[in-house]
Design a protein around this ligand. Structure first.
Ligand code: ZN
Length: 270
């Protein structure tokens, strides 16, 4: 069993698991997942993810408003986020701003007023990350270049582009801005040629592992609900694709998370 794996993206508070966060986290720990990063998605779940991270020894959290939750978010939510982030700085389990980003896959978010609204929320949250010198956890869907444009304008301390599905050139651009790329369930499908090619060719220093549970079930589980306990098998899949020992994959991807999420890096060493 590979030691000290980190699930860099898991919505442990999601109802879809049909079990308590404790049951899901314990099962992952038993499978060899030492840390789980739980991103928030909207103001209404900030306190939930904070409580989950404080109740489970292997959990850390991020605070942010996910692009798919932007339609029902208000300007006041950004004010609350900034205040909550300022408070959370004294909590070592708080590690990033996230999940934030741009989603141009969903038609309603791609055009019209919601396109502007999600860009506004993304930009304002990047400013929060910049102002507090925090990394960001990014949701990038059909929006790589627009997102990179904002990242070049508003410099944050790097982070993770989660569930990455861009080109080699875009991957290099994220890396140049201090971001690593998250690979998970999508990589386990043989038809996902582009993602598998990237997972094979990118320097291992630019890759982190994630499940995005309860979403993006790996091929062997699909379409059942995904869980963080699947991470060791996802690591094994990456090891096989790259022709590298799984122990090296586990070691380096964990190092990578510690590097881009320095507050989690400190927790790991504590
Ligand atoms: Zn997510």
């Amino acid at each position: 069993m590979p030691a000290a794996l980190v699930d860099s993206h898991c919505h442990l508070d999601a109802a879809e698991f049909g079990r308590t966060p404790t049951q899901v986290a314990d099962e992952a720990a038993a499978a060899g997942v030492r840390w789980i990063v739980v991103p928030a998605v909207e103001r209404a779940n900030f306190e939930t993810v904070i409580a989950i991270a404080q109740q489970h020894s292997g959990c850390a959290y991020a605070l942010g408003i996910h692009p798919m939750y932007v339609p029902r978010a208000s300007e006041q939510d950004l004010v609350v986020l900034r205040e909550r982030v300022a408070q959370a700085l004294s909590d070592p389990r708080f590690v990033a701003i996230g999940e934030i980003g741009l989603d141009y896959f969903i038609p309603e978010l791609k055009d019209g007023p919601l396109r502007d609204k999600q860009e506004h929320f993304f930009v304002e949250q990047l400013k929060i990350a910049r102002d507090f010198d925090l990394p960001a956890i990014l949701h990038v869907r059909r929006s790589q270049d627009q997102l990179l444009k904002q990242l070049r304008r508003i410099r944050v301390g790097g982070g993770i582009a989660h569930a990455f599905n861009g080109s080699e050139q875009q991957a290099a651009a994220f890396a140049g801005l201090g971001f690593v790329l998250g690979f998970g369930g999508a990589m386990t499908f043989t038809r996902a040629l582009q993602i598998r090619r990237l997972a094979t060719s990118l320097p291992l220093e630019h890759i982190v592992l994630e499940t995005d549970a309860p979403d993006i079930s790996p091929s062997w589980l699909h379409p059942a609900v995904n869980t963080p306990a699947q991470l060791p098998r996802i690591a094994a899949e990456l090891a096989e694709l790259r022709g590298q020992p799984v122990a090296d994959i586990a070691h380096q991807t964990t190092q990578n998370v510690a590097r881009v999420l320095p507050r989690l890096g400190s927790l790991m060493m504590a």
